[in-house]
Ligand binder design. Structure first.
Ligand SMILES: [Zn+2]
Length: 369
């Protein structure tokens, strides 16, 4: 079994928006209540670990008597709040995270609900959700018929848009495709990648423009008095730009990965440790913003869906310094040398040479040289 999530924009009616706001609020309320009770319990039994072990933790059902308005919202959403709190505590006890925090009004507006007895259905551009009934969505992609919906997470963004992420489960056994076409990709800061056929992904110009605009608007924000009317207005503007850019980038990465997964049976990339790399080279934000990590994730599943392969080769493989024609490895190659020249007479764009080497290395792995 494999999982896949599909995201859609939601268009709730006024009444549905009200109920959604209420649900976000109730989920937060229940989460905080349970956290508060747990903290009290820890305090009470802090010198008596044995008794603590035998305490039962609060459940949302308990609060429904005291706060009857909790019954107006999806009870599965409240049950998930309980699960989330449990997870937060597990992470805390295993040392993976700090002590769970209370959620304030600024926390992410979101809740998750599960499929139980056909309570969630998709039909004709609408999705049926517990308590909300049929809610309109933008069906920009189809969920294959053999996918079974497991849960849905509804989120409201800072700019007031609604999204739903539908998690599905499906039997996954595509026939392995015989590898006939292979491409190597060399990571590129400025364009995303250069491939072994000499093509560049070319990050769209509008994205670079938007990055500049965002930086400008952010500077404006930093000059405004925190909490003032103008500051709030500017903050919304920045949040909108952020959202727009993130969406544009995701679209671009989806398109690029789709193109490659359609055209080739096998894609070879270097296994880069982006975090380490950006720190080491002081690229700062750039490398993360470039979206390489998201891109390779998309590529991986788009290839896998068709029984195709993504090969990651060792990041220490000297892809740049090796001559893709004769195999000689240069002792050194400075970053400023944009053209690769070898004693054997071979001359090529530096990135294309690297991409060809990456492709060859991948083919060695596949043993199809
Ligand atoms: Zn050579």
């Amino acid at each position: 079994m494999a999982n896949k999530a599909y995201q859609f924009r939601l268009y709730p009616t006024k009444e549905q928006e009200e109920l959604l706001a209420k649900t976000f609020g109730c989920v937060r309320f229940v989460y905080n209540k349970m956290l508060e009770e747990r903290i009290q319990m820890f305090e009470k039994f802090k010198d008596d670990q044995e008794s603590l072990k035998h305490q039962t933790f609060p459940t949302p059902a308990k609060y429904k008597k005291e706060f009857p308005w909790l019954k107006e919202v999806d009870s599965l959403a409240l049950a998930n709040a309980q699960l989330n709190l449990q997870k937060a505590f597990q992470h805390f006890f295993s040392g993976r995270a700090g002590f769970p925090k209370f959620k304030n009004r600024k926390a992410k507006q979101s809740y998750t609900t599960n499929v139980v007895n056909g309570n969630i259905k998709l039909s004709d551009g609408y999705i049926k959700l517990p308590k909300l009934k049929w809610i309109k969505l933008k069906p920009h992609r189809e969920i294959p018929a053999h996918h079974i919906i497991k849960s849905c997470t509804i989120t409201k963004t800072k700019t007031g848009k609604y999204y739903i992420s539908i998690l599905t489960e499906y039997e996954h056994q595509p026939a392995l495709k015989e590898v006939q076409t292979v491409v190597g990709l060399d990571f590129s800061m400025s364009t995303l990648y250069v491939d072994s056929e000499g093509k560049r992904a070319n990050y769209p110009r509008f994205y670079r423009k938007a990055l500049e605009t965002l930086a400008k608007e952010q500077r404006k924000l930093s000059r405004k008095k925190k909490g003032s009317n103008r500051w709030h207005k500017q903050r919304l503007k920045v949040a909108k730009l952020h959202e727009k850019m993130a969406n544009q980038r995701k679209d671009f990465l989806h398109k690029e990965s789709h193109k490659l997964a359609k055209r080739y049976d096998c894609v070879v990339i270097e296994d880069l440790n982006m975090k380490g790399m950006s720190q080491a080279l002081h690229f700062g934000q750039g490398v993360h913003d470039n979206g390489w990590g998201m891109f390779t994730t998309f590529l991986q599943y788009k290839l896998a869906e068709q029984g195709k392969k993504l090969i990651k080769i060792d990041k220490w493989f000297p892809s740049s310094k090796t001559c893709s024609c004769c195999g000689r490895v240069k002792e050194s190659l400075s970053l400023s040398e944009r053209t690769f020249r070898c004693e054997c007479g071979f001359e090529s764009d530096r990135d294309v040479n690297a991409a060809i080497n990456i492709k060859h290395e991948g083919m060695k792995r596949l043993a199809i040289v």
